[in-house]
Design a binder for this molecule. Structure first.
Ligand code: PEP
Ligand code: MN
Length: 357
């Protein structure tokens, strides 16, 4: 990773660095952050001569050669100071709440518009709405481009940013062209490296946030962080990690709740953790408990399914969506827990034994 002296390299500087890297069979990939751009070295960056030559350039401040599978996502990476936010909230400083329907029903657009207003009223920062859905059975509702307009209308009417899942390049393009500020990669695509790369490339420098769900069958935590590394290495460092339950399910829940991995993630990576309690436990009555647990574990945000009339929703909503009334209470309580939980994060961020205060 190359850190420039100025905010970014000029074209001439970029070319000179690229030429040096090419001699060692490496290449350069810019990662534009909010205030500065850093540059990932693709290939084996351990050549001593290459590093010496790069560090000899007056416009190069430093070359970091972190030996990690996820050197950009690593807590020791230069990106440790990278901050981003949405809806007036800064991730890792404020609790971010993303809430809304699992699925937008194009036949009943008013439900989504009403949900959007209610979710705003309840205190959410981002409205979520599924346009295209990864469904287990091909015979169930798969989503529709018609929902794009409904999602945008909800954003326009409420003034809140929106989040939607993309499963392929066509959907990605539609969502980017529509100006959707937060994209979701679902659990089923969490290891779709081609899609992850495409997202990184196509959102590079656009300020788009990406919520990466944890795959249902993911193994070590490093596998999850490495998936996010694909997006960052391709050019977008605004990635949030989203535990959402894994398989096999805990008897009675939809999945095996995994909000407890939050501290483990936060010890290894600077990336914010936004937990999805809805898909984890899978039933509305359990969601507030899982949400409180997530924030207690140090989550930076929550992504929750909510519907004004869950019984008349489609997709997961009849089972999983909480009502806006429950959401309002949950956001209030989560805010209190968030403030308390924060001080425990200081412990491992600064390697102290006991939190202050
Ligand atoms: C969803 O968010 O509605 C969804 C399908 O999520 P997941 O990919 O976590 O199953
Ligand atoms: Mn859902």
């Amino acid at each position: 990773m190359i850190i420039p002296v100025e905010d970014r390299f000029t074209e001439v500087q970029f070319q000179e660095v690229q030429d040096i890297l090419a001699e060692f069979s490496c290449s350069l990939s810019p990662i534009p952050g909010t205030t500065r751009t850093i540059y990932a070295i693709r290939g084996d960056e351990r050549h001593e001569l290459m590093i010496n030559r790069l560090e000899g350039l007056s416009y190069v401040a430093r070359v970091d050669t972190i030996q990690s599978q996820f050197k950009l996502m690593d807590i020791k990476s230069e990106l440790y100071n990278h901050e981003f936010g949405i809806g007036g909230k800064t991730l890792t400083r404020d609790l971010l709440v993303v809430a809304g329907q699992c699925t937008i029903d194009p036949k009943n657009p008013n439900f989504f518009i009403e949900t959007a207003h209610a979710v705003k009223e309840a205190g959410a920062d981002v409205i979520r709405g599924g346009i295209w859905k990864p469904r287990t059975s091909p015979h169930t509702y798969q989503g529709s481009n018609d929902a794009v307009e409904i999602l945008l209308r909800a954003s326009e009417e409420t003034g809140l940013p929106v989040n939607t899942e993309v499963m392929d390049e066509d959907q990605l393009k539609i969502a980017i062209d529509a100006g959707v500020p937060m994209l979701q990669v679902g659990a089923r695509n969490a290891l779709n490296y081609s899609l992850l790369k495409k997202i990184g490339i196509m959102t590079r420098g656009k300020g788009t946030l990406v919520l990466l769900k944890r795959g249902m069958h993911m193994g070590p935590i490093s596998e999850f962080i490495c998936a996010a590394e694909y997006i960052v290495a391709a050019g977008n460092p605004n990635v949030m990690l989203c535990p959402r339950g894994t398989l096999p399910a805990l008897d009675g829940y939809r999945n095996h709740p995994d909000e407890s991995i939050t501290p483990l993630l936060k010890q290894q990576t600077w990336a914010p953790v936004v937990v999805d309690p809805s898909h984890s436990v899978g039933r509305a009555i359990y969601v507030p408990h899982a949400a409180m647990a997530a924030v207690s574990y140090g989550a930076d945000g929550l992504c929750i399914e909510c519907h004004v009339d869950p019984r008349h929703g489609i997709g997961d909503d009849p089972k999983q969506a909480i009502t806006p009334r429950t959401l309002a209470q949950l956001i209030k309580d989560a805010g209190e827990i968030y403030e308390r939980a924060r001080k425990y994060q200081e412990v491992y961020n600064h390697h102290e034994a006991v939190p202050a205060g």
